[in-house]
Design a protein around this ligand. Structure first.
Ligand code: IPE
Ligand code: IPE
Ligand code: MG
Ligand code: MG
Length: 296
């Protein structure tokens, strides 16, 4: 069995180091650059890039070959948080244990930070990679998949539905569809990217994507649960906000206990899908369990 904490810390350090290197190389000094760095380096869990690296390893690839791509995924995720926190969206003051970007800087800077991070992600994705260079066909394939997951077919549609649903009671089906778009799509794309560039077979990639959809949904269900009973000091963001904003969440529809059981079932099913993978997938197994146990 791998020791997950150690694995996560090593990968997180590698990702953080590479993010700083990319920022330093690509970015001049100025307020927008300072603000982009502020949000990107504020201390996220780096789940999406770690999943990308772990998925490459799970199919026998080398994680160093997907490091830049993994960093691009984190840029997209961080942009989504900066915009999600804006007054016109969730209007949150705290993120990753620090004042949100629009509080630390101002609203127009935060909008541009999001734009800047999203654009920089595609600058990185379409540029030279670390380690082994990938074929142009594969590079285009993953750029397309990531764009679909981050855009109006994925996260943006999920965010639209989330905002539109405030004060409205969604059905369980509608809630699941929203979560899969809002959070699941980018998580699945992170896994797809790692597995594709890592040299996985079509069947392996398909299985890992199915695992990704389930852990992605479980991740958002756990986010809903933590919004009810989490410790804001540990999480670095406010709790109780879903209820304040009258959002439909898994706990609000099915109750806290049933939401926990549901998230456990999702993870059990996700683990089952990758049963036939060898020990190189142990980090993916451990990450799936961590999603349930996490306190932040
Ligand atoms: C928070 O994502 C927003 C959701 C999609 C639930 P994370 O919990 O991965 O946030 P960071 O990156 O660790 O701050
Ligand atoms: C954030 O979702 C999801 C995206 C940014 C796509 P939430 O609004 O539910 O997450 P938190 O609680 O602010 O992290
Ligand atoms: Mg939101
Ligand atoms: Mg939010």
């Amino acid at each position: 069995m791998i020791e997950l904490k150690k694995y996560i810390n090593i990968k997180k350090d590698t990702i953080d180091h590479e993010l700083v290197a990319i920022l330093t190389a690509a970015v001049r000094s100025g307020t927008i650059q300072e603000a982009m760095r502020y949000s990107l380096m504020a201390g996220g869990k780096r789940l999406r890039p770690i999943l990308c690296l772990a998925s490459a390893e799970a199919v026998g690839g080398n994680s160093a070959d997907v490091l830049k791509v993994a960093c691009a995924l984190e840029m997209i995720h961080t942009y989504s948080l900066v915009h999600d926190d804006l007054p016109a969206m969730d209007n949150d003051d705290l993120r990753r244990g620090k004042p949100t970007c629009h509080v630390a800087f101002d609203e127009s800077t935060a909008i541009l930070v999001g734009d800047g991070l999203l654009t920089m992600a595609f600058e990185v994705l379409s540029g030279e990679m670390t380690g082994k260079q990938h074929s142009p066909e594969k590079q285009i394939e993953i750029i397309h998949k990531i764009a679909c997951a981050a855009g109006h077919k994925g996260m943006i549609e999920g965010q639209m539905r989330d905002i539109a649903s405030e004060g409205i009671r969604l059905s369980l089906e509608a809630l699941e569809a929203m979560h899969l778009l809002k959070t699941g799509a980018l998580i699945e794309a992170s896994i797809h990217t790692g597995a594709t560039l890592g040299g996985g077979t079509a069947e392996q990639i398909q299985q890992l994507c199915a695992y990704g959809r389930l852990i992605g949904l479980a991740f958002q269900v756990k986010d809903d649960i933590l919004n009810v009973e989490g410790d804001p000091a540990l999480m670095g963001k406010a709790v109780g906000t879903d209820q304040e904003r009258h959002k439909t969440t898994y706990p609000s529809i099915m109750g806290l206990d049933a939401a926990k059981v549901f998230s456990e079932e999702l993870i059990t099913n996700a683990l089952h899908i990758i049963d036939n993978f060898d020990s190189r997938s142990d980090p993916l197994r451990a990450i799936a369990r961590y999603i349930l146990e996490r306190k932040r």
